[in-house]
Design a protein around this ligand. Structure first.
Ligand code: UDH
Ligand code: NGS
Length: 351
């Protein structure tokens, strides 16, 4: 009874209102993700990104083991160095990348030569007309994954033709095609222009939930742009991917498909887990809007329909024409005809 009377008192309500205003001021001034970042820092190492290492340092010291019976790689790789020096000043040639990665086999496949890997990770990159970005990514990603002692393969899912780009559908194709090669533990859905800056950001899936890796991108001042953001780099086990029915095939052009995927995760009774902001640092190669990937004017309508559509638009309705699958020196190139956007789709150039 007494407590009810206290709650009813004007001074109590005033304090409550003050606390509420204070909460919003702090959130607004510092950015919510900055606040969560400080929580995450308490749990982890406070990395100093002004002290960086070359990604190839001492990498080739680990030569093939002399015996056929390899021991499991240690649970924590001794090759990890932390923050890495990433620059886009010179575009490395494929020949140079190849020379620096002598243990990478055709198709962009790697198995540690000195120990038996604990994880098998497939990297799936949606692609068209971004060859320069691809060279930067290959230069940094190969040694990054080798430092983590993973068994891995890099796949490029290349959209043939000049029709509107469809990132999500390309990733569905990548999942289907890569699982024909091997029983991957983990599927990485990786934009071509994002380079991880810290090799402690392990390219391994969370066993229970879909995981977002690019939680702190330089273009967003190393914060999350919004709470449910799931774009850039994320990863799922094949089981998680099938549980959300993969990605929607119906998003043509820029935007919204990553938000749809984030919704699907929830509809399927899962949640998104994230790499802490102090480790999930990524540098983006800056670029302009791509021709053929203009803003999708239908994306908000599609997002509204998402709760009804997710079970029928995805891996279970995926149709495409495989044009070729080539084992290049540093990656597997899957070229695919994903079809065209429905006729009534209107797109406009982003301003
Ligand atoms: N992609 C291609 N080719 C394209 C379009 C997209 O390869 O023509 C791939 C690529 O892997 C890229 C990903 O799809 O990283 C996502 O592309 P996006 O254009 O949706 O996202 P991104 O973050 O750029 O690369 C956002 C638009 C930037 C506009 C900047 C205007 N100042
Ligand atoms: C949101 C988009 C996402 C996009 C994110 C970041 O607004 O697809 O911005 O974009 N969602 C919708 O448009 C509904 S970025 O700054 O990387 O160009 O990923």
């Amino acid at each position: 009874m007494n407590r009810i009377r206290t709650i009813g008192k004007p001074c109590f309500l005033l304090i409550l209102a003050f606390l509420q205003v204070l909460f919003f001021v702090v959130m607004y001034r510092r950015g919510s993700s900055k606040i969560f970042e400080s929580f995450s820092k308490r749990n982890g190492k406070n990395w100093d990104y002004s002290k960086v290492k070359d990604i190839y340092t001492n990498l080739t010291l680990f030569t093939p083991a002399l015996t056929d019976e390899l021991q499991y790689c240690p649970p924590k790789s001794p090759l990890l160095v932390g923050p890495l020096s990433i620059t886009f000043q010179n575009i490395p040639s494929l020949k140079r990348i190849l020379k620096k990665n002598p243990y990478v086999k055709r198709g962009g496949l790697y198995t540690p030569p000195h120990c038996q890997a604990r994880y098998k990770t497939a990297i799936l990159i949606p692609h068209r007309n971004r060859e320069m970005h691809l060279r930067h990514l290959l230069y940094y990603l190969h040694p990054f994954l080798q430092r983590q002692q993973l068994h891995y393969r890099i796949y490029l899912i290349h959209q043939a033709g000049n029709e509107t780009f469809n990132r999500a559908k390309l990733l569905n194709v990548g999942v289907r095609e890569s699982l024909k090669d091997e029983d991957w533990d983990c599927l990485f859905l990786h934009d071509v222009d994002l380079i991880p800056e810290n090799d402690h950001n392990l390219y391994v899936c969370d066993e229970t939930y879909p995981k977002h890796f690019s939680s702190a991108m330089d273009k967003f001042n190393y914060r999350l742009p919004y709470w449910s953001y799931f774009g850039g780099v994320s990863a799922m086990t094949p089981e998680q991917y099938m549980k959300i029915n993969g990605f929607p095939n119906s998003y043509w052009g820029w935007g919204g498909e990553d938000d749809d995927i984030a919704y699907r995760v929830r509809y399927a009774g899962l949640k998104i887990v994230r790499v802490p902001l102090n480790i999930g640092h990524y540098k983006m190669v800056t670029h302009n809007t791509d021709k053929g990937n203009e803003e999708n004017q239908k994306r908000f309508d599609l997002l509204v329909k998402s709760p009804r559509k997710w079970k029928e638009d995805g891996m279970n309705s995926l149709e495409y024409k495989l044009i070729s699958k080539r084992l290049m020196y540093l990656f597997t190139n899957i070229t695919v005809d994903v079809g065209v956007a429905p006729k009534d789709k209107k797109t406009k150039t982003r301003s």
